[in-house]
Design a protein around this ligand. Sequence first.
Ligand SMILES: [Fe+2]
Length: 418
Amino acid sequence: MQTEYTARLTGAGNRLFADPQPTPDETSFLVDNTSKRYYDSPYYKRHAEDLQAVPKPSSAQPRIDLADVLEPTLVDVITHAGRISFHAVGDTGAAKVDPFQSAAKAIANEASVADAMSADVRRGGLAGPAFFFHLGDLVYYFGEGRYYYDQFYEPFRGYDRPIFAIPGNHDGMVFGSQPDTPKVKTLTAFLRNFCSATPGPSPDAGAVMRTTMTQPGVYFTLDAPFVSIIGLYTNVLEGPGVISSQGGVYPTVGDDQLAFLTAELTRLAPARKALERAVIVATHHPPASVDSVHGGSTGLADDLDKACTAAGFWPDAVLSGHAHLYQRFTRATGGRRFPYVVAGSGGYSATKPKAGLAPAPVTVGEYTLERDPIVEFGYLTVTVTMSTRPTLKIEFNDRTNTQTHDSVTVYLKSGKLS
Ligand SMILES: [Fe+2]
């Protein structure tokens, strides 16, 4: 147990992560983001069902190494311990204001999860979670830069570790006063804040110190010690999530991402087979879901399978958000079993599973819902431990940091789950 805690406000290359003395949580929005008027804009009305083009990554091999971001001392601690831990969750943006929920309550819900994650970092000290991998929907309802302060920078101002992200549908959604011209191109603010060429101050951060992240694209691989996370962008629809043209059905999207996924699985397979690292795939939209509002995306699931089959290699876990509850499936395929975890529990909303769902376990095809979904705000802690029995463990913690509601361990050598 770590007894001392020193805030790690800085990282490699003059990066800043957190404010030295975080102020009390907000109780009202700096910029009112509760209006849904954008949904009535001429552009959105005409294009609500349209997918958006995926911005090209800044490099042919869009990868980022944790060692280029995190302070070297922390990288050394991870390397020497043979253990890395990180946070993941989606749907943290606060905007759900209606007759049942005030702005103050929406803000408090997001803040409760962000504060719990920040406290978890402090509790873990040097050996605690090394970063946060955001599973998308950082801001609602449309991904404008002016909402990043209230919904991202301010809530995570005390989180003194790097934050990486894949965009969710709301982060890429666009609107405009003309039917054929969006006000700004899709993902403009996301690219400015998460895919900048060098770390620096963001015009969207207000007085919060966190510098911009330098991901090579909206889809990319994060290579960390003992784990690689392949993050994919599943585009702007409420559903389905889409990462490819699906054989020409969605020409706007193209097939670059599918080629990237196949290439990255192929690249990482030898290190995984040598038990040097675990491999995780992250998508905002879940391939499988029993949420009452956000179901699974079969085209996306088929694309993942296509890439895995082409690479002859399956990841150790798939993490997703979008559905605002916790769900854990086991996928059984190719002689292997591995978890698909959905955690869109970051504070935006808590949604019930679909009605009439039989008590878990429920098996449909190759997917088994292992336990009843958990309608609770919280976050995932993912830990990879390299030892004689290397493991990948995924836990779902609630926002009080007093309860781990569910956990699953993947034994990397045998492929067994517990
Ligand atoms: Fe979403």
